[in-house]
Structure formats: structure tokens, C-alpha cells
Design a protein around this ligand. Structure first.
Ligand code: MIG
Length: 789
């Protein structure tokens, strides 16, 4: 007898059907379908038998694009589909396949006899060239380039993740089977849409092969052949959805700890921020706010939650409450009773009884978030928190975590009654967290229509960006984790999750002054900026280490608030195109091997280069500046890129550089994003030939974008002869801009200019010592032209 679990590569194939965009191939056992989904996106599916699953995908929200009809070729040995952007060839005899771009260059190759099934498992293997890099894969530990590692995509609750501390740690909380392959400056994307546990051997077992196994399900590969990293992430996020614009307060500084245990302590924390004038927008309630960990309740240490939340609101604080999935198995608990009445919980293997596991509340049942009715019910329960004034939801433990079993999650044979039909937990596991986030977001919207929800999730699968931001879970207050979190966030951004962040200061263990400062300096430039620490650790609020440290923390939090207009434009760009907000250098410099190798610096948007200090006692660090001209943000000193420089970094200084040609819009320091001030935007122009900024503004609260509730305009700057020209295109959209005046700040100026705005001369100022030339322009919706002569 043959071993049923042995690997069997796909047998010899023949063409069974040819459609306008697709080709169907059959062997004795398997069926393959090749198709062009978009010009630059191909799909390769394979099943045993003759029928593809008709289950809708949890990840994919769009799967066909208008395109010129591709050429479909059926030769004797090979078949192919060719579009204007690429070509997918398939060899009928041995299952080898090749993806090429429009220039005919081989982007990636599926190895012969390595496509097939082994028992329930499905396998794919790709050839790797010697220098090929592998990026993305969502949230995983280790260096930015995953080449040579092995990672499992199986959402799991782990304490203290780190390659150094847990060398064997292969899984984290998020599973995103999407990778970017970087080969000789060209980027190719590969996404295997299958939420079952996947194992990615990234050139470890064999240095020249990328081998991927899914524990069950179909082979369903999406192959992206775009011409840049940005294009591939753009297409990938068109496929799996994009981040909705968060409320503006989500971009501010957030303060958390496990836990602020009483209402009085929360008020004290809030009072400290305002008294010390440290900007802050949100305070989090961790699990101790509940009545014995009963979800959606407040316990006796929070006697009048509505009053507390109203008072905090008056001080400009939003409150985010933790919401864990486990519902306490207490027959007197209303949430449990209603959930049971709605048949909303995950069933055990019998399919008849609810599975009962154990989490913080003790014995608990787990809502079946894969089911639309269960999600709607959850939203109703959550609405009670909204009515009390809770502004956001923090979905923790949604891998889901379970203390009852060594596997730390639900048994694989638990039953889900999903929108896509009945599923075992083994298949639903990786989507559980994202579907919880979906319940939270959709519930928040249903019960407060028109207001942008705020949902933060620990677990997720491809497409989770549609519902929540991701924070990277329980790191430790150690330097290695600061460095690790940076690379993790970069890969999350490459994987469609632009809105992400790590616990600032580190979660487990006690932090220290230097680590807090360095972490906070870096995180001021990450999309999500939240300080959080564990139960029983020392305090790590910005003032916890005395006045000098507090002053540095304040300074960087203030800088974050000053940069919010720049950041907000980046969030808008990401909402439109899926672009990462925090980017590896190679996002803009894929053909530069040194930029590709850099995992300890990042770009915020295209124009700010952040080189955080990732080790203790460092008064300086090497910084790689990619090709082009760069300016030191602090001193204005100019540097030519394409080389390393040594950057001074005393404790109060984060090495920060601006790309020549950048327009960086900066606002006033505010104590929170809702604080109203006469809006003057400082437009810092860092000179170089020609540049532009896509300005975006809206009310920061409502979801009015679809109906034009924004104000956008292109701001262009170009040197003309010895002078320059600054153009504000006409403002688009129905939102009335809050900008009263633009203060134009030309940096590195060597002389004063004569300035005319729409023809009339206006006053200007030149300070020779600082090289700053500045003037102010009244804002107007119509085009504005300023000339510098
Ligand atoms: O088992 O709610 O990652 O941020 O503070 C620990 C308590 C449960 C894990 C989260 C952490 C949170 C903590 N939670």
C-alpha cells in the first residue's frame, strides 16, 4: 500500500478547457486553473479531483480587473497566459512554471515536481537565486529579510517574542501568507490565499528553494508582476482591501498599561498629561476595568464609567477599552445568555455543544466570529460601551488564546458555522482574529453611523487592514526587541497593514530610562504610537524617570504632533493606494543592494529618513543615506547619499534626515488632536529641482470621504533659474479647509528673494544664520501661485 501522506507531485497534464482569461489543465488526479486576474496579476489554482471550492475567500475583496484580453497559448509541452505586463508559463509534463515580466525577465519559477499534495497538505516550491531577498509575510520575528529562516503562519499567543530570546519561535499572532521577492532590483509578489496553517521554508532546508506547505485546502497562488514595490503592494491591497481612514485622534500619542486599575488612577494619569503639557489623545483600559473579566462590563473600581468618560472627553482624551473574545461561562451573565440564545458560540467536535475553554474570566465560550449573525450580536453587546462613551476597541487574545490546552488555542476539530459554510477550527483559526475585528468595526459603525471606528487587533489574516490596526503584542523591554519591532513593522507595512505599531518602552520586564527614550524617539515616527507595559512592571509613562527624561519624551511627542499634517497626508495616500506609511529604504531604492540590506532604518513616507538608536550607550551611529541629497533635520547640514555617514546621537537626538526636494507640512503643538488652534501650516521646503505634495485634509471624524468630504490639492515647488515657483492647485472636495495661512519656510536659503503671490508682492523674512527664508500666504480654495525671484 502507498503511504497516504507521502508527497505526490502533480501528474502529467493536458489542457481541458480554454477561456478568455483562463486555462484549465487536468491530470489523472488533479485539476489546475491558470488565469490572468489583472494585467499584472496571475492566479494559479490546483485541487485534487475536478472541483474547485466555491467558498468565498476571507481575504480577497476583488478578483477581476478590466484588461485587454490576454493571449492564451496551448503548446504540446507548455501552455501560457500572456498579458501586457507579464506571462505565466506552465510545463505540462513536470509542473514547472515560470512567471515573466513584460521584458521577458524571469521573475520567479515554480520548481518541477514540487507542486502537489501530501495527504491533506498542499505544497509549492519556488527557485531562489543566490541574492534574492524575501520580505513581507506580515508579522514575524527576526531580520527584515526572511531569507534563510523558517516561519509558520499560525496565530498564536506568545509571551516575549524574540529571535534572540526564543530562537525556536516561528509563529506570532498574525498570519499573512504574502511575500515580496526581491531579485536584482525587481520585485515580485506571491500570495497563497489559504488560511490553514502554512509553513514557509525561506531557503533554510535548501538554500536555493522557497518551500511552502499548507496543512489543508487548495493551492491558490496570486502572482504579482508589477514594476515596483509600491505597485505590487498597491495591487495586493486592491485584492485584499485597504485601511479605512482612522479617526484623527488615532494618530496621536496613546497611553496604556496593564492595568490602570481604578477610575481614580485613570484620572490621575490624564491629569498628569495635561498638567505636564505632554500631548496625548487616548488612554486605554486593560482587563482590570471589568467586573471579574466579564466582557463589556465595568467592575467596582470603575463605579460611574459614563461620568469618567465624559470628564476625560472634556479634557480631550478618548478611551479605548480592551475586549477579549472569551465570554465568562456564568449562567447569570447576560452576554453569555444572549449569546447562547443566538447560538453564537463555537461548537466542540460534536457540533452540538459549545466548546468551553479557559481564559481570564475562567471557563469561557468563544463567539463564532466567522458567522455574520454572531458578529452582528457582538456589535450589539459592544454598543453598550459606545453608549457609555468608549471611543475605541482593543481586540486582544483573538488568535484565539486558550489557557486550557497546551496548543494555547481551540482544538482543531471545533466546529464553526461560518458564512462560507461549516468549518473546522483548524481551517477557521487564522481568520478568527480578523473576523473579530470585523465584528468590532462593523458593530461600531452600525451603532454610531458615520463615525470612523477605532479598532486595534492582536491577531489577523490577510486583509485584516480593512478592519483594524495591528499592534505586535507582548514584546519585552529589551534592546533586541526594539530592533526586532522595527523590522516587524516594516514587513507588516509591506503586507498591506500600513497602520501598525509596537508597545513603546517594551511590554514584559522593567524598562529603563534610556530604553524608553530611544523607543519613544523611534515610535514617534511609526504609524501607531502607544506606550504600554505589563502587570507588575515599573511605571513607564513619559514622566516616570524624572525631569530630564520627561523633557526628551515631551519633545518627541510634540514633534509627532507637529508632524501630524505630514502623517495625515500619508494615511490618506495609504487609504488610496495601500502604500506603507513606514517604509524600508528599498521601497524607494529597490535597485540599491545596501538599501535592500538595511533593516535598522526606515522612511516615513518618501521624505523622512529615521535612523533610530537601537543599542544602549550609543552616542552616534552609522546611517546609510540612499542615492540623492539629504539634509540633517536638526542642523540643516547637507549630505550626499549613496554612502554611510556617522550621525551624532546624544540621548536627546534621533538621527533624522529629509530628502532634498521634500515638502514637509508641519502644524502647531497641540495637547490633543481635537484642540482647536488657529491653523497655520508650516510648509518646510527642502530645496532641490522639483517636488510636490499631495495635501489631504478632512474633518478627521466622519466617514464622509466617499461623498467628497475632504479637501485635497497638489502643492508643487520648483526652482526656476535663480528663483523658484510654488503652486497650490485648486482645492478639491467639499470640506472647507481649516488652514488659515501657509507659512512657507524655505530651508538652506543663501539669500533673500522678492516674493509675489498671485502677482502682488508680499513681505518675507530671511535669517542668514539659519538659512531660513520665510513668508506667509493666506489660504484660498482657488489656485495660488507664489514666485520667488
Ligand atoms: O495574557 O490584557 O498582549 O497587551 O496588556 C495577557 C492583558 C493578556 C495580552 C496583551 C497585552 C495585555 C494583556 N494581554
Amino acid at each position: 500500500m502507498k503511504d497516504a501522506t507521502a508527497f505526490r507531485p502533480v501528474g502529467a497534464l493536458r489542457v481541458s478547457a480554454v477561456g478568455p482569461r483562463r486555462l484549465r489543465l487536468v491530470s489523472i488526479r488533479e485539476t489546475i486553473e491558470l488565469s490572468a486576474v489583472a494585467e499584472d496579476l496571475f492566479r494559479l489554482r490546483m485541487v485534487r479531483g475536478r472541483k474547485f471550492s466555491e467558498r468565498p475567500s476571507w481575504a480577497v475583496v476583488r478578483d477581476d480587473w478590466p484588461m485587454a484580453p490576454p493571449r492564451v497559448e496551448t503548446g504540446k509541452e507548455t501552455v501560457a497566459i500572456e498579458t501586457g505586463a507579464g506571462r505565466l508559463e506552465f510545463h505540462l509534463r513536470d509542473g514547472r512554471w515560470v512567471l515573466r515580466d513584460a521584458q521577458g525577465a524571469e521573475r520567479t519559477t515554480g520548481l518541477a515536481k514540487r507542486l502537489g499534495f501530501a495527504g491533506d497538505a498542499a505544497r509549492v516550491a519556488l527557485a531562489l537565486t543566490e541574492t534574492e531577498g524575501i520580505f513581507g509575510l506580515g508579522e514575524t520575528t527576526g531580520p527584515i529579510n526572511k531569507r534563510g529562516l523558517r516561519r509558520e503562519l499560525w496565530n498564536i499567543d506568545v509571551l516575549g517574542h524574540s529571535p534572540g530570546i526564543h530562537p525556536g519561535l516561528h509563529s506570532l499572532y498574525v498570519a499573512i501568507p504574502f511575500a515580496l521577492l526581491l531579485r536584482d532590483g525587481r520585485t515580485t509578489g506571491i500570495f497563497w490565499d489559504n488560511p490553514a496553517r502554512q509553513t514557509w521554508d525561506l531557503g533554510q532546508a535548501a538554500p536555493d528553494a522557497l518551500g511552502v506547505t499548507a496543512d489543508s485546502g487548495e493551492i491558490d497562488l496570486y502572482l504579482f508582476v508589477g514594476s515596483s514595490v509600491a505597485e505590487i503592494v498597491d495591487r495586493y491591497t486592491e485584492l485584499t482591501g485597504r485601511m479605512p481612514l482612522p479617526p484623527r485622534w488615532a494618530l496621536g500619542y496613546h497611553q496604556c498599561r496593564y492595568s490602570y486599575e481604578t477610575a481614580a488612577r485613570v484620572r490621575e494619569i490624564a491629569g498628569n498629561f495635561r498638567r505636564r503639557e505632554i500631548p496625548c489623545d487616548a488612554i486605554y483600559l486593560d482587563i482590570h476595568h471589568m467586573d471579574e473579566y466579564r466582557v463589556f462590563t465595568f467592575g467596582k473600581t470603575f463605579p460611574r464609567p459614563a461620568k469618567l468618560l465624559a470628564d476625560l472627553d472634556e479634557q480631550g482624551f478618548k478611551v479605548v477599552a480592551i475586549v477579549d473574545p472569551g465570554v465568562k461561562d456564568d449562567p447569570n451573565f447576560g452576554v453569555l445568555r444572549r449569546g447562547r440564545a443566538r447560538r453564537a458560540f463555537v461548537k466542540d467536535a460534536t457540533g452540538r455543544r459549545d466548546y468551553v475553554g479557559r481564559v481570564w474570566p475562567g471557563e469561557s465560550r468563544f463567539p463564532d466570529f466567522t458567522n455574520a449573525q454572531a458578529r452582528a450580536w457582538w456589535g450589539e453587546e459592544q454598543a453598550r460601551l459606545q453608549q457609555l462613551g468608549v471611543a475605541g476597541f482593543w481586540n486582544d487574545m483573538n488568535e484565539p488564546a486558550n489557557f486550557a490546552l497546551p496548543s494555547k488555542t481551540l482544538p482543531p476539530d471545533c466546529r464553526h458555522d461560518s458564512d462560507a459554510g461549516p468549518l473546522s477550527h483548524a481551517v477557521a483559526h487564522n481568520v478568527y482574529g480578523m473576523q473579530m475585528a470585523r465584528a468590532s468595526r462593523e458593530g461600531a459603525l452600525a451603532h454610531e453611523p458615520g463615525v470612523r471606528p477605532f479598532v486595534i487587533s492582536r491577531a489577523g489574516y490577510a486583509g485584516v487592514q480593512r478592519y483594524a490596526l495591528i499592534w505586535t503584542g507582548d514584546n519585552s523591554s529589551v534592546w533586541e526587541h526594539l530592533a526586532d519591532s522595527l523590522q516587524m513593522l516594516l514587513n507588516l507595512g509591506l503586507s498591506g497593514v500600513a497602520f501598525c505599531g509596537a508597545d513603546v518602552g517594551g511590554f514584559l520586564e522593567n524598562t529603563n530610562a534610556e530604553l524608553l527614550v530611544r523607543w519613544l524617539q523611534m515610535a514617534a515616527f511609526t504609524p501607531f504610537f502607544r506606550n504600554h507595559t505589563n502587570l507588575d512592571t515599573i511605571n513607564q509613562e513619559p514622566w516616570a524617570f524624572g525631569p530630564p527624561v520627561e523633557a526628551i519624551c515631551r519633545r518627541y511627542i510634540e514633534l509627532r504632533y507637529q508632524l501630524l499634517p505630514y502623517l495625515y497626508c500619508l494615511f490618506a495616500e495609504s487609504h488610496r493606494t495601500g502604500a506603507a506609511i513606514m517604509r524600508p529604504l528599498f521601497w524607494h531604492h529597490a535597485d540599491d543592494p545596501l538599501a535592500v540590506a538595511t533593516g535598522d532604518q526606515f522612511l516615513l513616507g518618501a521624505n523622512l529618513l529615521v535612523a533610530p538608536i537601537l543599542q544602549p550607550g550609543n552616542g552616534a551611529r552609522a546611517v546609510y543615506l540612499p542615492r540623492g541629497e539629504w539634509f540633517d533635520f536638526w542642523s540643516g547640514e547637507a549630505h550626499t547619499g549613496g554612502r554611510y555617514i556617522l550621525a551624532p546621537a546624544p540621548l536627546d537626538r534621533l538621527p533624522l534626515y529629509v530628502r532634498a526636494g521634500a515638502i514637509i507640512p508641519m502644524g502647531a503643538v497641540r495637547q490633543h488632536t481635537g484642540e482647536s488652534k488657529d491653523e497655520v501650516i508650516n510648509l518646510h521646503l527642502w530645496p532641490n529641482g522639483k517636488t510636490e505634495l499631495a495635501w489631504h485634509e478632512d474633518d478627521g471624524v466622519t466617514i464622509d470621504l466617499a461623498t467628497g468630504g475632504y479637501s485635497t490639492r497638489t502643492i508643487r515647488f520648483a526652482t526656476v533659474g535663480r528663483g523658484a515657483r510654488l503652486d497650490f492647485g485648486a482645492a478639491q472636495g467639499s470640506f472647507v479647509s481649516e488652514v488659515k495661512r501657509w507659512r512657507v519656510i524655505l530651508r538652506c536659503a543663501t539669500r533673500p528673494y522678492r516674493v509675489t503671490v498671485n502677482g502682488g508682492q508680499i513681505p518675507a523674512r530671511f535669517v542668514a544664520e539659519t538659512g531660513v527664508f520665510s513668508f506667509e500666504i493666506q489660504n484660498a480654495v482657488s489656485p495660488i501661485v507664489a514666485r520667488l525671484a
